[in-house]
Design a protein around this ligand. Structure first.
Ligand code: AMP
Length: 220
């Protein structure tokens, strides 16, 4: 299956994409993860991307389109994939369609995860990451003492792009540049909305329902 998981920042796309990619045995392709990895390794791409990411802005289209074009050619993507955080602009969606056309592929389903913006802003500004093991926690829902990682004892920190001013900027960017992508897929009759509020496994259940309906429809 080739799935696009769509939705605003902090809606839980990354968490759900990981679960679905494990269960469905398809590649999880997250442009945010690829970019963060490049930043951590201080590659040329990382140095270029960091300035945009820290400000809550989108990395230029040509850069992310190049990343996706290369990533889709990797072997594991042949069995299917779940795209998380891409496409985020109309030019990205159009470029993806043209890449697919060239290699004779198409998207099976675009799932838009829906959660109220205020809930998301609170969720994101409470997110903390362990500097040692990389685990992610939330100050509102996890028991965190003295900003210490409950798993490894490392120090928890707030990602620059999770700070309030940056989050508000990311939502503006989402409204202006990414929301039109939703209409693009709605018009193509590929998009389904799924409620993103609730326990992780409840949301996974909703996503799996949509995908099994899709698989069933394709089998008919
Ligand atoms: P994410 O982890 O998906 O929220 O991405 C973190 C940051 O990486 C975003 O705020 C952007 O700066 C950048 N980024 C990730 N995916 C894209 C994309 N498809 N287009 C442009 N920038 C992106």
């Amino acid at each position: 299956m080739r799935i696009i998981l769509f939705g605003p920042p902090g809606v839980g796309k990354g968490t759900q994409a990981k679960i679905l990619s494990n269960e469905l045995k398809i590649a999880h392709i997250a442009t945010g993860d690829i970019l963060r990895d490049a930043v951590a390794h201080k590659t040329e791409l990382g140095l270029k991307a960091k300035t945009f990411m820290d400000k809550g802005e989108l990395v230029p289209d040509d850069v992310v389109i190049g990343i996706i074009r290369d990533r889709l050619r990797e072997k594991d993507a042949a069995n299917g994939f779940i795209l998380d955080g891409f496409p985020r602009t109309l030019p990205q969606a159009e470029a993806l369609e043209s890449v697919f056309r060239k290699i004779g592929m198409k998207v099976d389903k675009v799932i838009s995860m829906e959660v109220d913006e205020e809930v998301l802003i609170n969720r994101l500004t409470s997110r903390r990451v362990c500097g040692n093991c990389g685990s992610i926690f939330n100050l509102m829902t996890d028991k965190i003492i003295n900003l210490t990682c409950p798993k490894c004892g490392g120090e928890l920190f707030q990602r620059d792009d999770d700070k309030r001013e940056t989050i508000e900027k990311r939502f503006k960017v989402y409204q202006n540049q990414t929301k039109p992508v939703k209409d693009y897929y709605l018009q193509k009759d590929l998009l389904v909305e799924v409620d993103g509020i609730g326990d992780i496994n409840v949301v996974t259940g909703r996503l799996k329902n949509v995908l099994s309906t899709e698989r069933h429809a394709r089998a008919l």
